[in-house]
Design a protein around this ligand. Structure first.
Ligand code: SF4
Length: 314
């Protein structure tokens, strides 16, 4: 059955660096530090994107850091989050499988954070990725729960995992949520082959496979956890009837840097498909009600939220 409405947030996507010590076989984004296309965005570059986001009515600054492998990266992340707050955007950082101490440092400067489980099974695609050890990722998600950080996680579909791996991954998320209550959404993301990667010729999952996975996730996870399927990776009219009810961050200002060939559908195009849309913040309404946000972001949350915790009209 489809949801009554489908949520989304308006964000700017800021991939702070593409330097990553992992080598996931499906990834077309990462570069070695010495590669001519390697980058680490400067504060000035980040500031420009933030200002464009504020100007175009976004509420979320989505930061991704990957796994550059430097210790001082957490301090830099904190600095950029602080800058986003000062400009008027609510940070949501995907910091990788970082430690409890690092999560604790970032928590007051983020309204929510994220880390994909991807899969808890062993897959060849992660053979050269030390940070893709499932236990490390589950530990980081657990630590986020201990710290009461509203959290986004999810699974990657079609990277060589078995059907049983998918179920076990979803059950692991369910178990963590049962203990800490911090999972706000679970992303079901389809693998898409990227040129010049070891999996360039690997077939993506079929629509039917995705629909079965979405429906299974909807069955396994409690209703308060929203299922998100990025609309630029799978048409929403094909995911919503199976249980997807969130489209994630829709960016009018920045491209999806991880999947640059896939454009975001404009919000009005989605409305034209008959999908009733509701804008939310990067922190879901029930965590606003429960006060799971810090003083540092409090003023902005209250500025942007309506009485039900969705985006107000102002
Ligand atoms: S998918 Fe993420 S962790 Fe894996 S290589 Fe790419 S940037 Fe690194």
């Amino acid at each position: 059955m489809s949801a009554d409405y489908v949520t989304f947030s308006k964000n700017v996507f800021i991939p702070v660096t593409n330097i990553c010590r992992n080598k996931c076989h499906y990834c077309g984004f990462r570069r070695d530090a010495v590669h001519p296309e390697a980058f680490l965005m400067t504060p000035e570059q980040v500031d420009k994107v933030l200002r464009r986001g504020v100007f175009s009515g976004c509420t979320e600054a989505l930061f991704t850091f990957g796994h550059p492998g430097h210790h001082d990266v957490i301090d830099y992340m904190a600095e950029l989050c602080q800058m986003a707050i000062e400009r008027g955007l609510l940070p949501h950082t995907n910091a990788g499988a970082v430690s409890y101490a690092d999560l604790k440092k970032l928590k007051p400067l983020n309204v929510s954070m994220g880390l994909m489980v991807e899969t808890i099974g062993w897959v060849e695609a992660h053979r050269d990725s030390p940070d893709k050890v499932p236990a490390l990722r589950l530990k980081a998600i657990k630590d986020a729960g201990r710290l009461k950080i509203p959290f986004t996680t999810g699974i990657l579909v079609g990277i060589g995992e078995t059907w049983n791996d998918r179920i076990e991954s979803l059950l692991a998320i369910k178990k963590l949520h049962a203990k800490y209550g911090h999972i706000q959404e679970v992303i079901i993301q389809n693998f898409l082959p990227k040129p010049n990667t070891p999996m360039a010729k690997h077939s993506p999952p079929t629509i039917r496979d995705m629909q079965q996975t979405i429906a299974t996730a909807r069955e396994i996870l409690p209703q308060e956890i929203t299922i998100q399927v990025p609309p630029n990776l799978m048409p929403p009219q094909l995911s919503i009837p199976y249980g997807a009810s969130d489209l994630g961050g829709i960016s009018t200002e920045t491209v999806d840097h991880i999947n640059p060939e896939r454009e975001w559908p404009a919000v009005n195009e989605l409305s034209a498909m008959g999908v009733s849309l509701k804008e939310r913040l990067p922190i879901y309404p029930r965590f606003i009600t429960a006060g799971w946000y810090s003083e540092e972001v409090g003023e902005l949350v209250e500025r942007y939220a309506d009485e039900n915790g969705f985006r107000n009209d102002e």
